[in-house]
Design a protein. Structure first.
Length: 386
């Protein structure tokens, strides 16, 4: 049992999990032991605290905190804090870094490599999908860890391509590791060996109005640079890029046709000074001199061989997943689910191959999505969630 980790959970619980005051207290008092041991006089000197905050900090009861700690351990959730040696070096440098990170997966491997963040719109075009898949896969094959969110669209394509390329992934959550939805939890299973899911929030903390903005500072903060592959004019991806610029990190963007609405934001980034990239090589060459002991020049032929092996592994995962999920479905759901694979299929494809009415098929598809069996893709297509 790590006493300091328990005390950090106590502080987050005392101040409210999402409080911005946690880091301010740490900077004032120096370490978590001093914070936990603080007296009334110590607390009164912290003028930014409310009376409620002060009262909570004087309550030293750890019974509920110990329960949270045990909950983490029973769910294979690791903890690192700003006082620990394994805390991400780059993240420590940003303004108001998270004092605690909860994680699931292979933390050490993911953070042992130089990291690049890839972000973009949920509603991407085929162009966004293709460029994201290509850039993420090739950079992962060259030795980068890819950081991304957990939304559909660009996030999912970046994650899937990096994993298929036998690369490492860091996925950053806006909510707690236990509170997050089933769809995300199945994604985590795909990266538990090569990647890690991280969150600054207590395991049962649900998302909030500003959660994604807060999360975005971590997305950019763990990385050397952020790539926006496709984003409209109003997009959380641009907020992440803004954080990256403020943090002194590199910002890259993929150019697109000027009439492509989904790329107006990423095009504007280039106009405002972001580095345009026309392939993964532009990013690789930026960092290769600094990380030549870790990064390698990987040819497209090398990646094809990696993807071929990954395709075989994916087929096995799909079949294993089918055997588990199909037991949870009714008869009509099983008929539809049996037609699904890791490749995208349309609703028309399903309708043509079943005797189920159109309206009922659409209802079954929605039910399968809700149960975390399939996921929707751009163009009204669907595939098994692996």
């Amino acid at each position: 049992m790590n006493e300091n980790h328990i005390l950090w959970i106590w502080l987050k619980t005392a101040l409210n999990d999402r409080s911005l005051k946690t880091y301010k207290i740490y900077k004032k008092l120096g370490n978590i032991q001093s914070i936990y041991s603080c007296t009334v006089k110590d607390i009164d000197s912290l003028e930014f605290l409310t009376d409620k905050d002060k009262s909570m900090l004087l309550d030293k009861d750890l019974s509920s905190v110990n329960q949270t700690y045990r909950l983490c351990k029973s769910n294979s959730i690791g903890i690192t804090t700003i006082e620990d040696d394994d805390y991400p070096k780059l993240l420590r440098e940003i303004d108001n870094p998270p004092c605690v990170l909860f994680y699931y997966g292979n933390y050490a491997k993911a953070f042992s490599k130089p990291c690049i963040t890839i972000v973009g719109t949920r509603d991407c075009t085929t162009y966004g999908e293709v460029t994201t898949t290509y850039i993420s896969g090739m950079l992962a094959a060259c030795g980068f860890t890819i950081a991304c969110g957990v939304a559909k669209g660009i996030d999912s394509f970046a994650m899937e391509s990096a994993v298929k390329s036998d690369g490492s992934v860091i996925m950053v959550l806006p909510d707690g590791l236990i509170a997050t939805n089933y769809t995300n939890k199945y994604k985590f299973k795909n990266i538990r060996y090569n990647g890690v899911v991280i969150s600054e929030h207590l395991p049962n903390e649900k998302t909030s109005k500003y959660a994604y903005h807060e999360r975005n500072r971590i997305l950019s903060g763990v990385s050397l640079g952020t790539i926006v592959t496709q984003a409209p004019q109003v997009s959380g991806s641009l907020i992440t890029a803004g954080y990256a610029a403020d943090q002194g990190r590199d910002v890259f963007a993929v150019p697109a046709n000027i009439d492509m609405i989904q790329s107006k934001g990423s095009n504007k980034l280039i106009k405002d000074g972001a580095t345009p990239i026309f392939g993964y090589e532009d990013v690789l060459e930026t960092y290769l001199p600094r990380y030549k002991d870790v990064l390698i020049k990987c040819s497209e032929k090398d990646q094809i061989n990696i993807l071929k092996k990954s395709e075989e592994d994916l087929f096995i995962k799909v079949e294993d997943f089918k055997r588990v999920i199909i037991k949870q479905l009714d008869e009509d759901e099983q008929k539809v689910f049996a037609l699904m694979s890791h490749r995208e299929v349309t609703a028309d494809y399903i309708i043509d191959r079943t005797n189920i009415p159109v309206s009922q098929v659409l209802g079954i598809i929605s039910s399968l999505e809700a149960k975390g069996a399939i996921v929707s893709c751009p163009g009204n297509k669907y595939k098994i969630l692996v």
